[in-house]
Design a protein around this ligand. Structure first.
Ligand SMILES: *[C@@H]1O[C@H](CO)[C@@H](O)[C@H](O)[C@H]1NC(C)=O
Ligand SMILES: *[C@@H]1O[C@H](CO)[C@@H](O)[C@H](O)[C@H]1NC(C)=O
Ligand SMILES: *[C@@H]1O[C@H](CO)[C@@H](O)[C@H](O)[C@H]1NC(C)=O
Length: 408
C-alpha cells in the first residue's frame, strides 16, 4: 500500500470513530445523523420531491422512499375506531364490563374449543382479556385445561355443572319422554333421540347463569367449540350494550323446526295470560307473530352466539317464564331448544330496542355464517368471510323479518 492510501484509510477511521463517539456522547447528534433519520426524512416527502433527489440516493433507498409506510400507519389509526388506544401490553380498553365468556364443552371437544378460543383471542380478546369460564357435566381433564390455558393470558376457570342443573329431573315421566324420543327418531329429527342434547338445552335455558363460576358476572358471551370469528372486533360489545341499554344480542336469526316444539307456543300463550305483568311495553312479539301472538312464525335468535345480560335471565320475568315452561316437561317430552326459549323470553320481556343485532361481528357456526353487510365494516375489520355468502338473506333466515319489524 502506498503512503497516500494509508493516510486516506487513517483519516477515514478517525472520522468513523469520531462519528460513533459523538453519537454515544450526544444523543442529539446521533438523532440528526442517524441513517433512519435521514431516510425517514425522505419518506415523509411527497414522491414528486423525491424525484429531484433521486439521483443522489442509491436505487435501494429510492425503493424505500416510495414504500407506503406512512399511509398504512395512518390508515390503521383512522380505520380502527376503538374505544381507547393500545398501550405496551397491547390492551386497548379504558374500562371494561362485568363480563365473561361462557363455553360449554366436553373433554372430547378440545380441538374445536382450541379453534374457537384462538379465533376470539385473535380477533378480539387479546386486546381486552375478558375471562373465560368453561363448564362441563364432568371434570375437565388436564389435557383440556393445559391446551386451553396456553392460548390466552386472560383468566380461565373450569367448572363442573351441579347434578340437578344438568340431568333429567325425577318428576319427568320417563316412559312418556322415551316415547317422545322414539317418535322423533322415527321422524328423523336432528338430536331427536338424544337425552344429553335435551339436558344441554334445559341447562342453557335456565341454569348456566346460576353456576357459581358464572354467578359473579353480569354479562356473558356464549362461545361453542368449533365456531369462527371472521372479523376484527374493534370495539367492546359488552360496553356497547351497557352504554346503549341493550340486554340481548344476536348475529343470526332463523326458523325453528316445528317438530321440536309442537306445544311450546301454547304454553307461552298460557303463561302470558297468567302473568301479563311481565310483558314489556314495546316488546318484540311482532317479530315472531303477525297475528297478535296467536301463532308463532318459528323465528328465533340462533343462541350458539349470544351476548346478553344474565341479570335479565336471573330477573323475575324470565325466571317465572322458565319455571313455568320447565314444569310442562317439554324440554324432555318434546325437544325444546334454548334458542326459541331465550328468544321468546327476550321478545316478550324486553323492549325491542334492547335487542341488538351485531352486523359487525362476523360469525360462523357450521353450516351458517354471518358476514358483515356494511362494506366499510367488512373492509376495516379485515373480514375473512365472503359477504355474498352471509346467511342474513338466505331463505331460511329471519333477518328480513327482523329488519322489517325494526322499520329498516
Ligand atoms: C431526526 O432528527 C430531528 C432533529 O433534526 C429530530 O427532531 C427527530 O426526532 C429525529 N428523528 C428520528 C426518527 O430520530
Ligand atoms: C395497559 O392498559 C390496561 C388497561 O387500561 C392497564 O390495566 C394496564 O396496566 C396497562 N399497562 C401498561 C403497561 O400501561
Ligand atoms: C358483577 O355482576 C354480578 C351480577 O350482577 C354482581 O353480583 C357482581 O357484584 C358484579 N361485580 C362487580 C365487580 O360489579
Amino acid at each position: 500500500m502506498n503512503t497516500p492510501a494509508r493516510y486516506f484509510i487513517l483519516v477515514l477511521v478517525i472520522i468513523i470513530s469520531l462519528h460513533y463517539i459523538l453519537s454515544f456522547a450526544h444523543e442529539e447528534y446521533g438523532r440528526v445523523t442517524s441513517i433512519s433519520n435521514i431516510t425517514s426524512k425522505f419518506r415523509q416527502k411527497p414522491i414528486i420531491d423525491d424525484l429531484s433527489v433521486g439521483a443522489t440516493i442509491p436505487d435501494s433507498n429510492a425503493g424505500t422512499t416510495t414504500h407506503p409506510v406512512t399511509p398504512s400507519t395512518t390508515e390503521k389509526a383512522t380505520v380502527n375506531p376503538p374505544s381507547g388506544s393500545s398501550n405496551s401490553s397491547g390492551l386497548v380498553y379504558d374500562r371494561r364490563a362485568n363480563a365473561t365468556f361462557v363455553i360449554l364443552a366436553r373433554n372430547t371437544d378440545i380441538d374445536g374449543a382450541v379453534r374457537s378460543i384462538r379465533d376470539i383471542e385473535d380477533r378480539f380478546n387479546r386486546k381486552y382479556r375478558y375471562p373465560y369460564v368453561f363448564l362441563n357435566e364432568v371434570e375437565f381433564d388436564d389435557n383440556f385445561k393445559q391446551r386451553i390455558s396456553v392460548l390466552t393470558s386472560a383468566p380461565v376457570e373450569f367448572g363442573v355443572i351441579p347434578h340437578d342443573h344438568w340431568f333429567q329431573p325425577d318428576w319427568i315421566d320417563e316412559d312418556r319422554a322415551k316415547a317422545g324420543r322414539e317418535q322423533m327418531e322415527k321422524d328423523r329429527i336432528i338430536y331427536g333421540g338424544s337425552v344429553s342434547y335435551r339436558n344441554m338445552c334445559r341447562f342453557n335455558s335456565g341454569f348456566f347463569f346460576k353456576h357459581p363460576l358464572v354467578q359473579k358476572y353480569r354479562w356473558y358471551w356464549r362461545i361453542e367449540p368449533d365456531v369462527h370469528f371472521h372479523c376484527d372486533i374493534n370495539f367492546d360489545p359488552f360496553v356497547f350494550m351497557e352504554d346503549n341499554n341493550k340486554r340481548y344480542a344476536f348475529t343470526i336469526t332463523m326458523y325453528e323446526y316445528h317438530a321440536t316444539i309442537p306445544t311450546l307456543w301454547s304454553h307461552v300463550k298460557a303463561f302470558t295470560k297468567l302473568h301479563p305483568e311481565h310483558i314489556a311495553q314495546d316488546n318484540a312479539l311482532g317479530f315472531m307473530s303477525t297475528d297478535g301472538g296467536d301463532s308463532y312464525n318459528l323465528c328465533h335468535f340462533w343462541s350458539n352466539f349470544e351476548i346478553a345480560d344474565m341479570d335479565f335471565w336471573r330477573g323475575p320475568a324470565y325466571q317465572a317464564f322458565f319455571e313455568y315452561l320447565d314444569k310442562q316437561g317439554g324440554f324432555y317430552y318434546e325437544r325444546w331448544g334454548d334458542a326459541p326459549v331465550h328468544s321468546i323470553g327476550a321478545a316478550l320481556f324486553l323492549s325491542k330496542n334492547q335487542i341488538q343485532f351485531f352486523d359487525e361481528i362476523g360469525y360462523e357456526h357450521n353450516p351458517y355464517t354471518h358476514c358483515p353487510q356494511n362494506k366499510d365494516t367488512w373492509k376495516n375489520s379485515r373480514c375473512s368471510c365472503d359477504p355474498k355468502r352471509s346467511f342474513d338473506y338466505d331463505g331460511y333466515s329471519c333477518m328480513s323479518k327482523w329488519d322489517k319489524f325494526m322499520g329498516k
